[in-house]
Design a binder for this molecule. Structure first.
Ligand code: ZN
Length: 310
């Protein structure tokens, strides 16, 4: 079983790789606070080990000038992996947000692109049902936009997972055998959720969504988005967060309103990561509303998108 091999990988790496051992031990001490919004919560996690990722320079020239940290030749020599499929390798992420946090890069150095790798993500999610597999677009939080990779974290950590089954904010808008389409309302960030057991239908509707988003952002390498994928009771649940902006205004501010937050899949899943303590202390519910509204689609924009794909 893959899950047993992943458990062994964690035991092995946390014992034998000092950086991973220290960072996973420190994770048990990270501080978390809860912000409440009518009927749901967003958690804020103070996690100093994430500073490199949150502040990563991902413009073309910065990326070209650094050695790619996901290529096998440049990875830490202590890092071991489990091959998956034709060209993926499952690695322990040494800078965890989750109690169990994996990075899953391609074995070859090729651009971060979901259009040809959506099927791989489905297979991964299916093979590791105790994890949520996630994807950050090249301009939506991935710190290696030049190297295809997914990440995965233990299920039950991100509020969006429970809020979906709680059924208060997601509404079913279309249902055919093997595929349901849901849209979210009143949740501060627009989400479209696909659920079903028919991988081809899921890929088909994802293709339509991708196409519709591409028309809105023709100048981008791919439309901006983050994706969370889970698998339970023989079906996939895929939350798609279309994006309007990479980083919010507060990220670039030099004044008092500076907040070093670079939203990616986990943040939009409801766990905002603040690598700096001052940001953790001062961030308020109003800031969260403002940040989500800058980087995500609003309810009307989601409505328009859904009407194009059903
Ligand atoms: Zn690479």
């Amino acid at each position: 079983m893959l899950s047993d091999r992943i458990d062994e990988l964690f035991s092995d790496q946390l014992a034998g790789w000092e950086l991973a051992g220290i960072n996973y031990r420190n994770l048990s001490m990270v501080r978390t606070k809860r912000l409440s919004f009518g009927g749901f919560e967003v958690l804020v996690q103070f996690n100093p080990a994430r500073i490199t990722s949150s502040s990563a320079k991902v413009d073309d020239s910065s990326v070209k000038q650094r050695p790619c940290f996901l290529c096998a030749d440049n990875r830490p020599k202590e890092q071991k992996g489990i091959p998956f499929g034709d060209d993926l390798i499952i690695l322990v992420n040494p800078f965890p947000i989750f109690r169990r946090h994996l990075t899953i890069p391609s074995c070859s150095h090729s651009d971060q692109k979901i259009s040809d790798s959506f099927g791989k993500m489905l297979l991964l999610a299916q093979a590791m049902p105790s994890f949520t597999v996630f994807y950050n677009g090249p301009q939506s939080g991935a710190s290696a936009p030049d190297h295809l990779h997914f990440q995965a974290g233990n299920i039950g950590f991100m509020p969006v997972e429970m809020d979906f089954t709680g059924g208060k904010h997601a509404r079913l808008v279309s249902s055919v055998p093997g595929l349901e389409i849901w849209k979210w309302e009143g949740y501060l960030r627009g989400i479209i959720t696909l659920r079903g057991n028919d991988g081809e239908k899921l890929a088909g509707v994802f293709g339509k969504l991708f196409e519709s988003l591409s028309h809105r952002q023709p100048e981008r390498p791919e439309p901006m988005m983050n994706i969370l994928s889970g698998y339970s009771s023989d079906e996939w649940t895929i939350h798609i967060f279309p994006r309007k902006q990479h980083r919010p205004r507060q990220f670039f501010s030099s004044g008092d309103d500076r907040l070093l937050i670079s939203p990616a899949a986990v943040d939009l899943g409801g766990v905002l990561i603040t690598p700096r303590e001052e940001d953790y202390e001062k961030i308020t519910g109003e800031d969260v509303i403002d940040i989500f509204s800058q980087v995500c689609f609003n309810d009307n924009e989601i409505e328009a998108l859904v009407s194009e794909i059903i």
